[in-house]
Ligand binder design. Structure first.
Ligand SMILES: Cc1cc2nc3c(=O)[nH]c(=O)nc-3n(C[C@H](O)[C@H](O)[C@H](O)COP(=O)(O)OP(=O)(O)OC[C@H]3O[C@@H](n4cnc5c(N)ncnc54)[C@H](O)[C@@H]3O)c2cc1C
Ligand code: FES
Ligand code: FES
Length: 481
């Protein structure tokens, strides 16, 4: 068991012990390593100025993805190769991406620029042909307040003119992956009254939770990091699951999507693209690439937000959570998991090890809706999932779930009962809208008034009727905006 972190920063091995392990990665880079190219602005994952690349060893290679270092604790990066903006240059020679940003006048104040350069490097490393669409999608997690996006997109479309080396050429992956693999055992750091534990086996993880029932599990940290930075959260005992094998799998088994407790949203987005397009559509609108590369489905479920984007789908599919503790495993249906605002049917020593989602059949229609003030990187005002089979004009298997209309995501049993077995007519859907409005208890907040949410609760049913039953379909997951 190590009492320190081992990681690589821009090709050099670094050992971190004591309280530094509990800093955010961005603060550690800037204040301890003097790598001030990485900026901190919003400190809540919204602007991308702090973007760094994290290279995870996999079969002797390093898979690089961009993440927000302002909401990653350094302890989350044990066993990782971190490449900050400083690590992209070759001596004084700018990289292709940096040179292109200069040539296309993609920077003014420069706060956002390092983050854009790192996110664009990730796009280039992906090897995909870069079109305007890809560039825009890859940069949804990066905000520029002054240049305007056109020069930045032009720079992304023309990433040439610099030293042109790939990350694998700059940092041959073999020796780094090997050194990190050698260090892949458990880690425990106790410093200044705080403890961090990264178990190597599930058994160790469950034993640690049993001994420390209040321990906070930190996965992607995309909710946790924001709570620390903006709400002063400072738990004394934390555990990551990053070193556990076998919890990151995603598969389809007996007609169900089975997602491991530490599988990332980015991995799920990729997996569902052809297999579960409705869920894929909503994942594409989830945060930004940086957020999806770090965040997990289990984290979205356990964080228990009434506007968590994956929940309405899990509700209408009647997903099951596998909870594990030293006492054994148990399964809990998602519809019974939330007992009140942020109250879960989960003991403090239990963790989610699997999410099992029975998938709708071919003949069923499932539509997911996310209403937010802007398309990308925005918290939902209202979410919905509507599932049913329509055959011979009659509806069956009707399941409806709404988010953002109560302290927890709700199923709408009275609305479902009204539609079940009935003929699908506009008049009935209008009536269903009135019933749905009676089943919810929305509140007003900065994202929308209770009247607006109530109107959405009715209108989304009309939208479903016109698009799915009366008229032509539109692409899954892109509706209700
Ligand atoms: C900029 C930004 C944009 C975002 N956009 C969206 C969005 O579009 N839609 C949306 O729904 N959410 C969004 N989020 C919220 C967040 O990204 C998601 O909720 C994400 O799924 C959380 O996963 P995580 O692994 O990062 O969780 P963490 O932050 O690591 O953990 C969250 C909570 O879950 C608990 N937990 C995690 N894993 C387990 C486990 N296996 N067992 C038990 N408890 C566990 C943790 O202890 C913690 O309480 C956004 C957040 C940010 C910062
Ligand atoms: S500082 Fe804005 S996303 Fe990190
Ligand atoms: S150049 Fe991007 S914020 Fe100013």
């Amino acid at each position: 068991m190590r009492d320190h972190l081992e990681l690589f920063l821009n090709g050099r091995k670094v050992r971190v012990s004591g309280t530094d392990a509990f800093r955010t990665a961005a603060n550690w880079l800037r204040e301890v390593r003097g790598a001030t190219g990485t900026k901190t602005v919003c400190e809540e994952g919204d602007c991308g100025a702090c973007t760094v690349l994290v290279g995870t060893p996999r079969d002797g290679r390093l898979d690089y993805v961009p993440v927000n270092s302002c909401i990653q604790m350094l302890f989350q990066l044990d066993g990782i190769h971190v490449v900050s903006v400083e690590g992209l240059q070759l001596g004084s020679e700018l990289s292709d991406v940096q040179r292109s940003m200069v040539d296309h006048h993609g920077a003014q104040c420069g706060y956002c620029t390092p983050g854009f350069v790192v996110a664009m490097t990730a796009l280039r490393e992906s090897g995909a042909a870069v079109t305007g669409r890809e560039a825009r999608e890859a940069l949804t997690g990066n905000l520029c307040r002054c240049t305007g996006y056109d020069p930045i997109i032009e720079a992304a479309l023309d990433m040439t003119g610099g030293h042109g080396r790939s990350l694998d050429e700059l940092y041959p992956p073999g020796p780094i992956a090997e050194a990190l693999a050698r260090a892949s055992d458990g880690v425990r750091i106790d410093a200044n009254g705080r403890t961090f534990f990264a178990p190597h086996t599930l058994r160790d993880a469950l034993a640690f939770l049993a001994a420390n029932p209040g321990a906070v599990i930190v996965q992607g940290g995309t909710d946790f990091g924001v709570q620390c930075n903006k709400r002063g959260l400072r738990p004394s005992v934390m555990m990551t699951l990053a070193h556990l094998d076998g919890l990151d799998g995603i598969a389809i088994e007996n007609g169900a999507l089975v997602v491991g407790g530490r599988a990332t949203l980015a991995a799920l987005e990729k997996f569902t693209e052809t297999r579960v397009p409705a869920l894929h559509g909503i994942l594409q609108l989830f945060g930004s690439p940086q957020i999806r590369n770090a965040g997990t489905l289990a984290g979205n479920v356990a964080n228990a937000s009434p506007i968590a984007d994956t929940l309405p789908f899990l509700f209408v599919c009647e997903a099951e959570l596998e909870l594990e503790s030293v006492r054994g495993k148990r399964a809990v249906g998602i519809n019974a998991f939330y007992k009140g605002y942020k109250q879960l049917d989960k003991a403090p020593d239990e963790m989610i090890t699997k999410v099992r989602v029975p998938l709708p059949g071919e003949a069923e229609t499932v539509r997911l809706y996310k209403v937010s003030k802007r398309r990308d990187l925005d918290i939902s005002t209202f979410t919905a999932a509507i599932r049913m089979t329509v055959a011979g004009g009659r509806m069956s298997g009707v399941k409806i779930a709404y988010g953002g209309v109560a302290p927890v995501v709700l199923r709408l049993p009275r609305t479902e009962a009204l539609l079940e077995g009935a003929g699908a007519t506009e008049a009935l859907f209008r009536e269903a809208g009135d019933v749905a409005r009676g089943e919810i208890a929305p509140i007003s907040d900065v994202r929308g008034s209770k009247e607006f949410r109530s109107l959405l609760a009715a209108n989304v049913l009309m939208k479903f009727f016109h698009e799915e039953i009366a008229g032509a379909r539109v692409a899954p997951g892109t509706g209700a905006r």
